[in-house]
Design a protein around this ligand. Structure first.
Ligand code: SF4
Length: 213
């Protein structure tokens, strides 16, 4: 096990260095203005592009600039605005539930606590990790569909279960890279390691990737 971990750590280091060189400005593609708005964007991001979420969230926050204003609306009003992001019913319930937590028991402060955040329907582990990582700098790995695919192809994990992938990443990547490795994986997944036609010949990980084709 120790030998396997050592090998994994060496691979992780090579991967991190190569990705950091390729994508020096890698960052979260959801807009971040304040913690609560990021949480709402995270809720809206399920099965939707970050670009679409950013546009729709801007419209929402222009009309209702804080959580008090959102919590005071009828769900139908919120639903009409967030509809372009899809899954309108469940996302509306989540946005309302989050706004009510913020104006109620959380006293206006987004918790730095994944378990508490996950009490809101629609906030799963991925979004909770995104919030604590981006808002508070708490080391946390965001495993989205790109990260899952890339980590398996490269050889960091053998699993496709996001919770297991997260644990495998945490075993081999240093804690201070956890937030950034998620962003770097997304950049790689979008530019080179796409789901259908990975561009292995041009990929910065090609020289050591287990899944190169
Ligand atoms: S070499 Fe190919 S499979 Fe490996 S990470 Fe790059 S694009 Fe993906």
């Amino acid at each position: 096990m120790a030998a396997r971990n050592t090998k994994g750590k060496a691979l992780a280091l090579k991967m991190y260095d190569a990705l950091s060189t390729e994508f020096p400005d890698s960052t979260c593609s959801l807009e971040i203005d304040c913690p609560e708005n990021l949480a709402i964007r995270g809720i809206l991001s399920a099965q939707c592009t970050d670009k679409r979420v950013n546009i729709t969230a801007r419209e929402l926050f222009e009309k209702f600039p804080d959580m008090n204003a959102i919590a005071a609306q009828d769900p139908e009003t919120i639903a009409a605005i967030i509809k372009p992001c899809g899954l309108t019913g469940s996302k509306t319930r989540s946005v309302m539930a989050f706004a009510k937590k913020m104006t109620g028991e959380w006293g206006g402060v987004v918790p730095n606590d994944t378990a508490l955040l996950m009490e809101v329907p629609g906030i799963g582990r991925k979004i909770a990790n995104l919030i604590v990582g981006e808002v508070y700098g708490t080391p946390a790995v965001v495993v989205d569909t790109h990260c899952k695919r890339v980590m398996k192809r490269v050889g960091i994990t053998e699993s496709t279960d996001p919770n297991k992938v997260e644990k495998d990443i945490m075993k081999v990547f240093p804690e201070d890279t956890w937030i950034r490795i998620g962003h770097l994986s997304v950049d790689l997944g979008r530019k080179y390691c796409t789901a259908q036609s990975p561009k292995c010949d041009a990929c910065p990980l090609a020289s050591f990737c287990a899944g190169r084709i």
